[in-house]
Design a protein around this ligand. Structure first.
Ligand SMILES: Cc1cc2nc3c(=O)[nH]c(=O)nc-3n(C[C@H](O)[C@H](O)[C@H](O)COP(=O)(O)OP(=O)(O)OC[C@H]3O[C@@H](n4cnc5c(N)ncnc54)[C@H](O)[C@@H]3O)c2cc1C
Length: 429
């Protein structure tokens, strides 16, 4: 695995682990399993858990510690929908299929809550999400979105907020309006991921941290080799998302890796928290390169935003985050930032997740485009169902067309940076 921003400073999440895994060691020697899952984020842990619950023998390989990737570093917002507008799905698959996708995205959030309850995962789950307009143009877009969701998708969980009603949820003048989604929420992403891994262990999954898959020899059975071991398995599930390292070359060009950054302030007083998010919602703004935040259970402001495509932290990141927070919430001026970290998201060209299979026994789900905390859990369940022979719902996602990023290996990244800079500029207008 190449080193990147994601191997940088430890997150607040690592400093607040509340879920202990059963002891597990790197893979040594040869072993046999029905399924080898590669990647210990939400996708991999959920796949392994759901397979084990169906009676499959499963080995899960993780290159670092469980939750090393985006799942252990994210904003923790669990939201219906995808990284792309549902209209993109509608245009590609038609309204009827797009409705199925939308309903499955809602199911993904419900599944997250069910898994947390069923496996008693201590991860600060809370409900309520605000999608906030920053510009007058966003106000129109959000109005149109609410109307579309009600008309075409029968989705009535969105409430329109402005003025005093909005200030009851977020105490700032920065947003002219927002949609409140009562089906969205937030959680401590690393504890959630660890909780899934622990549940998988208890269901019989053999979890091996620090066991990077180096090569997959395809065929039936397939073999997956690590530095000191080898798994022979009937099925392989690739759940490596942005951290794939080119393990399956034909999938690499379908996603781009982008680093995203987060900070955690020192704990706020109750009075300060009440001057920020009095109803404990999560919030994301409507910019293309968006900012998002929430309060942790110990009342830290967990704030994310800013992207980088070369793994290098943007200059003056902490000062910029500090200034943004002070602008939004003057009451927080002087509250120290205690943690700062980054993580990598995998973006697809159309921002819809990329699910599929290569041959008949290598499954993958990747490219959630910054919107995978809930969807990755469902992806795992759908891959387990598909391996067990019930692939109809997995195939709804797999039918979504995906293209390679243009520009070949050399120009892909510069072109993406150019496109993002265009949108960043547009965010300022
Ligand atoms: C800073 C940040 C904020 C985000 N905020 C949100 C949010 O608020 N809401 C939301 O919905 N989404 C958010 N996302 C996106 C979300 O976190 C991801 O979509 C989701 O976690 C993807 O899960 P995953 O399991 O597919 O991938 P990951 O969690 O990235 O897991 C992949 C794992 O594979 C392992 N791996 C890679 N290669 C190998 C190998 N060769 N062998 C073994 N293991 C390997 C990696 O170490 C890693 O642990 C955010 C992402 C980031 C980075």
């Amino acid at each position: 695995m190449r080193s990147s921003v994601s191997d940088g400073p430890a997150s607040w999440y690592r400093a607040s682990i509340a879920v202990e895994l059963d002891p597990s060691l790197p893979l040594e020697g040869d072993t046999r399993a029905d399924v080898c899952v590669i990647g210990g984020g939400v996708t991999g842990c959920s796949t392994a858990l759901h397979l084990a619950e169906r009676g499959y023998s499963v080995v899960l390989l993780e290159a670092g510690d469980i939750g090393h990737g985006a799942s252990g570093r994210s904003g923790g917002q669990i939201l219906p929908g995808l990284g792309t507008d549902i209209t993109t799905v509608q245009q590609a698959l038609g309204l009827s299929r797009a409705r199925e996708v939308w309903e499955m995205s809602r199911e993904a959030v419900r599944l997250t809550a069910e898994l947390i309850e069923r496996h008693a995962i201590s991860c600060e789950l809370a409900w309520g999400y605000l999608h906030a307009a920053v510009k007058p143009r966003h106000v129109k877009e959000l109005e149109a979105f609410r109307e579309q969701m009600s008309r075409d998708y029968g989705y009535e969980a969105l409430a329109w907020l402005e003025g005093d009603a909005l200030r009851e949820h977020v105490v700032t003048d920065a947003y002219p309006a927002a949609l409140h989604d009562r089906e969205g929420g937030h959680l401590h992403p690393l504890n959630y991921t660890l909780g899934l891994a622990r549940a998988a262990q208890r269901a019989g999954v053999r979890v091996h941290p620090h066991s990077a898959a180096r090569e997959i020899r395809r065929g039936r059975p397939a073999t997956v080799t690590t530095e000191r071991g080898q798994v022979t398995a009937d099925f392989v599930v690739l759940a490596t998302n942005a951290y794939h390292g080119g393990l399956v070359p034909e999938l690499s060009g379908r996603i781009m890796r982008a680093a995203n950054y987060m900070i955690a302030t020192a704990p706020l007083s109750e009075a300060q928290a009440a001057q920020v998010l009095p109803k404990n919602d999560a919030l994301a703004d409507a910019n293309f390169v968006l900012d998002y935040y929430r309060l942790s259970a110990d009342r830290r402001l967990i704030y994310g935003g800013e992207v980088s495509y070369d793994g290098r932290e943007p200059p003056r990141l902490q000062a910029r985050m500090d200034a943004k927070i002070a602008r939004l919430f003057p009451v927080l001026k002087g509250v120290p930032i205690e943690y700062r970290w980054g993580g990598d998201v995998a973006i697809t060209l159309n921002r819809a997740p990329d699910f599929g299979r290569l041959g008949d026994n290598l499954y993958y789900a990747q490219g959630y485009s910054g919107h995978g905390m809930a969807m990755a859990g469902l992806a795992g369940k759908l891959m387990a169902d598909a391996i067990a022979g019930q692939s109809e719902r997995f195939d709804v996602f797999a039918a979504m067309p995906h293209r390679q990023f243009p520009g070949g290996r050399a120009l892909r990244k510069p072109l993406l940076v150019l496109a993002t800079n265009f949108y960043k500029l547009r965010d300022r207008l």
